[in-house]
Design a protein around this ligand. Structure first.
Ligand code: ADP
Length: 546
């Protein structure tokens, strides 16, 4: 081999905040605070406080490889934690507060966290669990002395006091880019949550990969970016790194994620690009209809994390003139795996055709290779027809779970690809369409019915607010689809009318056997429809066709 003559510089997370301080110094980070009010500062201020926090962490005895946990909404202190913890060589373990109490106890113990930084809103969640958490775990409230709560957490420390008086620069350690930087547990719909352990290198390469589609989702130094996706959900989809790098104004929404709060914040701050799961956009859409307009400045959105109904994409694109990018990903892929990246020819297609393409989960991210295989592990063609398990590999794809060899073995193929648990097809242009999750697909008489496609069709009905399709058992066909619907306020429709509506939209044998109406559909900790809970709730449902 002829070695190249280039410098060897590790790809470390500290380089992102250093760059932002140097080049994006006057760009704002705006946060809606848990304690009320709005906080504003610049990336340069964020850098200074990150350094102060780094000093605080080292004086608390945090060493390379130690796990430091956060239980927090999107806000400036959480942003500082993201950079300070990883940059001193420790591992930033973001905890999803919507997990069940037992899961929170499991992951804090499994991760062996040394410190837990928490927003004061989460004190009632943690207090009853303390006796089950590590004895030497230290607790820090993310607030000022005056906002310190009166509570039962022993020796609760104050974040702002830890920072006071610390130097505003830090000489970052020379880390190996392959060392662990962050830890995020997937919600574990079955069994215990599994930890994905990111490296500095994977995080930076994933961020660079995002630059490939940044123009299409309006991510640049003129943009105002709103991560509605929480920082505790798979690296906040990479935005805590991509936004400071491109120099976008960063608007952090705190706990107010309902349509009304989002609309107001987006209007006030001139948000141009907003990212989140479909459930969140249902709330914002309702608010936009009420106002008869979109929030001023709103131009781009990234939606993903679960299937996005066509009707939602069409409404944003056509009625409100917002460019939608649909993405697919997993915590295990850092998380962005694919986005609806267009060629110029695709951008000049009629809008309805563009919407059709955006219903698919899009084309692979630069850092991800994709393939589909059948049950015997044979490669299937990318012809837009054949479907099988989606498998991925790449620069920012996990090669095993944190200290869980059994789960790691199950997740990887013999030739080192990650099994996603998703069933998909890929067309000749590289657009991947998710047929279903392996465990959600409805197996009717040996044939498969895609719950996603059926939901997508039903969601187009004007009376349907939210819907889900699950398999109900059937003596002859093994499984048949059951459609569960939450109606829009004030709207009425019968199950038969829904079936008639679907009749020309899906194959006849796909039509749901029953349609049931409920007040609410349960969601998982990451805001997705919880099919597991629905399957339990409707376990005894006797289909009218039986
Ligand atoms: P959790 O299971 O904790 O929510 P992830 O966020 O890692 O964890 O979930 C990844 C899964 O979410 C994917 O494997 C896929 O099933 C689903 N998913 C993600 N994006 C989409 C999308 N755009 N359309 C359909 N399903 C999606």
């Amino acid at each position: 081999m002829l070695s190249g003559r280039m410098m060897e510089m590790p790809l470390t997370i500290s380089s992102v905040i250093d760059y932002a301080a140097d080049v994006r110094s006057d760009t704002e980070v705006v946060s809606k605070c848990v304690e009320g009010g709005v906080h504003r500062y610049s990336y340069s201020d964020a850098h200074k406080r990150t350094c102060q926090l780094a000093h605080a962490l080292t004086s608390m005895g945090i060493k390379e490889g130690d796990r430091v946990a956060t239980l927090a909404w999107n806000g400036y202190r959480h942003f500082e934690l993201y950079f300070a913890i990883s940059s001193v060589g420790a591992v930033c373990h973001t905890i999803n507060p919507r997990l069940f109490a037992d899961q929170i106890v499991y992951i804090i113990n499994h991760a062996k966290d040394r410190i837990l930084f928490l927003d004061t809103t989460f004190i009632p969640i943690i207090t009853p669990l303390i006796h089950k958490l590590p004895k030497d775990l230290r607790y820090v409230a993310l607030c000022d002395r005056k906002d310190m709560p009166d509570c039962d957490i022993p020796n609760l420390e104050c974040y702002e006091e830890l920072l006071t008086g610390q130097p505003t620069s830090f000489s970052w350690p020379n880390l190996d880019e392959r060392s662990a930087s962050a830890l995020c547990y997937t919600s574990g719909t079955t069994g215990n949550p599994k930890g994905v352990l990111f490296t500095h290198r994977s995080t930076l390469l994933h961020t660079f990969g995002m630059m490939v589609f940044a123009a299409e989702v309006g991510l640049n130094s003129s943009s105002v970016v709103l991560p509605v996706v929480p920082f505790f959900h798979a690296n906040g989809w990479g935005l805590p790194f991509a936004s400071p790098l491109v120099g976008a104004k960063f608007v952090l929404p705190g706990p107010g994620l309902d349509g009304e709060n989002l609309f107001e914040l987006m209007d006030a701050e001139g948000v141009t690009s907003a990212w989140g799961v479909p459930t969140i956009w249902l709330g914002l859409l309702a608010e936009m209809r009420k106002h008869g307009r979109k929030p001023g400045g709103f131009q781009y959105m990234l939606v993903g994390g679960s299937a996005v109904p066509r009707s939602m994409i069409a409404e944003f694109e056509i009625d409100f003139d917002v460019r939608v990018v649909h993405g697919w990903g997993m915590t295990e892929t850092s998380p962005v795996g694919s986005t609806t990246t267009f060629s110029p020819a695709m951008r000049s297609l009629p809008i309805e055709k563009q919407v059709d393409l955006k219903v698919s989960q899009g084309r692979r991210m630069y850092t991800v290779d994709m393939r589909i295989v059948n049950d015997s592990g044979e490669l299937l063609p990318n012809d837009g027809e054949a479907f099988g398990e989606l498998q991925v590999r790449g620069h920012a794809v996990m090669n095993g779970y944190f200290e869980d060899e059994e789960a790691s073995d199950a997740a990887l193929t013999d030739d080192g690809w990650l099994r996603t648990g998703d069933v998909a097809k890929i067309d000749p242009d590289g657009f991947m369409s998710l047929v279903d999750r392996t465990k959600d697909v409805i197996k009717s008489g040996g044939e498969w019915i895609s719950s996603i496609d059926l939901e997508n069709a039903a969601q187009g009905h004007e009376a349907v607010k939210e819907c889900a399709v699950i398999a109900a058992s059937h003596p002859k066909w093994a499984e048949r689809p059951l459609l569960i619907i939450v109606l829009e306020a004030g709207k009425e429709v019968t199950g038969d009318e829904i079936k008639q509506y679907l009749a020309d939209k899906v194959a006849k044998w796909w039509l749901p056997d029953d349609v049931v109406f409920v007040d609410e559909i349960p969601h998982t900790a990451t805001g997705k429809i919880s099919k597991l809970t629905l399957r339990k709730l409707f376990a005894d449902h006797l289909l009218s066709t039986v």
